[in-house]
Design a protein around this ligand. Structure first.
Ligand SMILES: [Zn+2]
Length: 179
């Protein structure tokens, strides 16, 4: 997960929402080998599907020369969305380990839980909340900075010296009285 966090930091440096993923192959000799890494890159790639999980998943499938990865596990800093969860299930991953919960789009228990859906033909084991604090903090810092920048931009665009009365009473104060 520490490596996934480094991927998240790289996403942030590239101006993307900081989410990172690492895909591990459980080799027959018992050694776990990182075979793919992914960072969130939908803006840069002009690709709404370029979530960290799918970037790592595509690379791992190429590495293993197989669209199914039953001897692999994915570590991702944020709870997967429905698109990624379904792709991970299609790939028949052994396990998915995620960090921070995503109350808005999480599909591993927050909004819905595709991994617990018994009607689907494959079940992948999941473990959530691993290093949840640093995984969530990098996102909170990112969005906090974005909000501060948006506020600063709004203030820069406002008139530099509004009349004190109008400024204090809000925009309605400058409207003519209603008949
Ligand atoms: Zn996703």
């Amino acid at each position: 997960m520490a490596e996934a966090l480094r991927q998240a930091a790289q996403a942030e440096a590239a101006g993307e929402v900081p989410v990172g993923a690492v895909l591990v192959w459980h080799r027959p000799d018992g050694v776990d080998e990182v075979i793919a890494r992914g960072r969130n890159r939908p803006i840069g790639d002009r690709d709404p599907t370029a979530h960290a999980e799918l970037v790592a998943l595509r690379e791992a499938a190429r590495q293993r020369d197989n669209y199914r990865l039953p001897d692999c596990s994915l570590y991702v800093t944020l709870e997967p969305c429905a698109m990624c969860a379904m792709a991970l299930l299609h790939a028949r991953l052994r396990r998915v380990v995620w960090g921070a919960t995503d109350p808005k789009t999480g599909a591993a228990g927050s909004v819905l839980d595709l991994f617990a859906e018994a009607r689907l033909n494959h079940q992948t084991a999941v473990t959530g909340g691993v290093l949840a604090e640093p995984c969530g903090q990098i996102l909170r810092d990112f969005f906090g900075r974005r909000r501060a920048e948006a506020r600063a931009a709004r203030q820069a665009g406002a008139p530099s010296n509004p009349p004190p009365a109008a400024a204090a009473a809000g925009p309605e104060a400058s409207l003519p009285p209603s008949p």
